[in-house]
Write a protein that binds this ligand. Structure first.
Ligand code: GLA
Length: 379
């Protein structure tokens, strides 16, 4: 029998008197805050660094809730940063790739930049062909969130709150979103989303981190091996709006039920692959609705690093950085070439507000939107 020494120590600590336990917890929690500059509107932005007891670190900004860095301890004591991003706030203010950001109010696309709710048509900003992408021109990724240290027994935790006003980017209802990032000692970055509204609205929150498990800037991700727990996906048209069909992955380059290297079929002669310019599709996860379960696994063969994605959401947008083109110079001056990162955006299906056959993304007053996604790392 294996004894988990850390769990045993924590349990023993928990059995101690309240004040003794408190000081032990406080002693193990590590969160640092440093100023990261000001937005063009004069809002102060901080970078919060959460550190666990294995030496893993997540640096998170209250601008866009961006995961600016995710450093994993490596054999020999060095660390490797596995997410793309910028060194300073100025970089994020001009960047349009959603590096590491919280995306909302509606992550992914809404077709023809409009939807109807309770008989009323809402028109949204057009920012992707004729569609709306990632919440419009100034989505949640470009907003200053308020930040609070909510570290506790699970580890350092940062709570971010943003109140989106009724009519902002065309969406109805004052919507309060609270997102909590926790870094625990199982090397999991846990993201808990919560929202309430005062008027019926639609929402689809996600995180848009760009991962490269070889290290940010270390070439392309074509050798990364991916498994996705999905038998079906939502096929799209040339503007990446789903038709409404749930199509089997079987026999297509989108079949990741067994591990495949990303590069193996990414340029296949396949209509869906052509529309996405590679992988940029939503998979219909097999797990029962609402159950936090494994959605995907990514392995970088040279380092052996693994990322597992767990979610309770119905879908996963797997995007392979097809729009990266080598013009962006990211952290440490690293160039980010074509397909040099991958995103695993846990979410509801694209264009759900216009697809009554998809799981609903409507939130009504009195209801609570609550979802969890976990990115778990090991080597
Ligand atoms: C998502 C979309 C992509 C692209 C990126 C951001 O993953 O599906 O098409 O817009 O965001 O560049």
């Amino acid at each position: 029998m294996t004894i988990d020494r850390r769990a045993f120590t924590l349990a023993a600590a928990a059995a101690l008197a309240g004040c003794a336990r408190k000081s032990e917890e406080q002693g193990s929690i590590k969160m640092n805050r440093q100023s990261f500059g000001k937005t063009n509107d004069g809002e102060s932005i901080d970078l919060h660094t959460l550190k666990n007891s294995n030496g893993m670190e997540a640096a998170i900004m209250n601008y866009g809730g961006v995961v600016q860095a995710l450093r994993l301890p490596d054999k020999g004591g060095a660390t490797v940063d596995v997410v793309l991003g910028c060194d300073d706030l100025a970089g994020y203010l001009k960047e349009a790739s959603y590096f590491g950001a919280l995306v909302g109010r509606y992550g992914n696309r809404i077709g023809n930049a409009a939807f109807k709710l309770d008989g009323v048509e809402y028109k949204l900003p057009v920012n992707d062909g004729k569609n709306t992408l990632h919440g419009g021109k100034k989505g949640f990724d470009k907003r200053a969130w308020s930040a609070k240290d909510v570290s506790g027994a699970d580890g350092p935790a940062l709570q971010l709150t943003y109140v989106s006003k009724d009519g902002e980017e065309g969406f109805p209802g004052n919507l309060t979103s609270i997102v909590t990032y926790t870094l625990n000692d199982k090397n999991e970055l846990r993201i808990e989303y919560h929202a309430t509204t005062d008027k019926a609205t639609v929402l689809n929150l996600t995180n848009h981190s760009y991962f490269n498990l070889a290290g940010q800037g270390e070439g392309d991700i074509l050798g990364h091996e991916v498994t996705i727990e999905a038998d079906r996906f939502t096929p799209v048209d040339g503007t990446l709006i789903p038709s409404g069909e749930l199509r089997k992955v079987e026999g297509t380059p989108l079949d990741f039920r067994q591990a495949h290297a990303i590069g193996e079929r990414i340029d296949a002669n396949d209509e869906q692959i052509k529309f996405g310019k590679g992988y940029d599709h939503n998979w219909v996860l097999n797990h029962p609705a609402g159950a936090l379960s494994l959605a995907a696994r990514v392995r970088e063969p040279k380092s052996g690093r693994v990322m597992e994605v767990l979610t309770d959401q119905p879908g996963l947008q797997f995007y392979t950085g097809n729009f990266l083109d080598g013009t962006i110079h990211g952290k440490g001056g690293m160039v980010y070439p074509h397909r040099s990162a991958l995103c695993m955006e846990t979410q509801h299906f694209p264009d759900s507000p216009n697809k009554p056959e998809f799981p609903s993304t409507v939130l009504c007053p009195g209801q609570e939107y609550k979802t969890t996604t976990v990115y778990r790392f090991s080597a």
